[in-house]
Unconditional design. Structure first.
Length: 228
C-alpha cells in the first residue's frame, strides 16, 4: 500500500508568516523560524521513505509559489482557495485519489518523530476497515490528521478553527467515519513562549535529524529567546 504525507507551508514574502511570533521576534526571524521548522518536519517525513511506501509533498499556500526555490526538494500541491478547512479538504481528497492513505501535518511541529509517524502509517495501511489517526496539540487544535477513507467536505468546513476547542470539534465529527487511533499530543509554535518547550522537546530527541539540530542552533542564537 502506498501513502502520502503533506506538509502545509506558507511562503515568506508572499504571505504573512507566523505573525504572532513576528510581533516578538521580528518578521525576519519569524520567517526564518518557519523555513527552518519546515525543513525539520520534512527531514522527519523523509525518514519514512526507507521504512514504508510513502510519498512526501509540500502543500503550498500560494499558487504562485509552487516553483519557489524554498520548496523544490519535494513535489508541491497548491492548497487551493478558502479557509483552512477547505484547503485541508482539497489536499486530502486530491491525494486520496492517488494514494491508499493520506497524512496531513503542519510545519510548526518540528519536534515530531518518525517513530510517531510510523505508528500512524501502521494503523492506516489496513484497508479492510475505515481508519483515521488524530494528533491533538496543546493549544486545543491538532497537528496531524490521517485517514484511509473519505472525509465529507462539510466536516472540514463546519469546524471553527483557531479556537481552544477546534480539536474536539474535529474529532467529534470524524468519530463516526471509522476507527480512530489517537497520537501523541504536541505543542505547536504560535507565540514566543512556545519556543522554550520546543527547545526542551528538541534536546530530548534521542536521534535528532541534522535539520532539527540546525533548528536548535537557531533557537539558541535568538537574543530574545532567553526572555521568552
Amino acid at each position: 500500500m502506498n501513502g502520502a504525507i503533506a506538509v502545509f507551508v506558507k511562503t515568506p514574502g508572499q504571505s504573512p508568516v507566523k505573525t504572532r511570533l513576528a510581533a516578538s521576534l521580528g518578521r525576519e526571524n519569524a520567517e526564518l523560524f518557519h523555513l527552518t521548522a519546515a525543513r525539520s518536519v520534512v527531514s522527519v517525513t523523509q525518514q519514512m521513505k526507507a521504512k514504508t511506501d510513502i510519498k512526501n509533498y509540500y502543500a503550498v499556500a500560494e499558487q504562485s509559489a509552487l516553483e519557489h526555490h524554498y520548496w523544490q526538494d519535494l513535489p508541491c500541491l497548491w492548497q487551493g482557495e478558502g479557509g483552512l478547512g477547505e484547503r485541508m479538504a482539497h489536499i486530502y481528497q486530491t491525494l486520496l485519489k492517488k494514494h491508499d492513505y493520506v497524512i496531513l501535518v503542519g510545519a510548526d511541529i518540528p519536534q515530531m518523530t518518525a517513530k510517531e509517524l510510523l505508528k500512524a502509517v501502521d494503523w492506516l495501511i489496513h484497508r479492510e476497515q475505515a481508519r483515521l489517526t488524530f494528533a491533538p496539540s496543546v493549544d486545543g487544535g491538532f497537528w496531524m490528521l490521517g485517514g484511509n477513507c473519505n472525509i465529507p467536505h462539510n466536516i472540514w468546513t463546519e469546524v471553527v478553527y483557531s479556537r481552544s476547542d477546534t480539536g474536539i470539534q474535529f474529532f467529534n465529527k470524524i468519530d463516526r467515519l471509522g476507527d480512530i487511533k489517537m497520537m501523541s499530543c504536541l505543542r505547536d509554535v504560535d507565540e514566543v513562549h512556545d519556543l522554550i518547550p520546543l527547545r526542551e522537546n528538541l534536546t530530548e530527541l534521542s536521534e535528532p535529524s541534522p535539520e532539527q539540530r540546525e533548528l536548535l542552533k537557531f533557537l539558541d542564537n535568538l537574543p530574545e529567546y532567553q526572555y521568552a
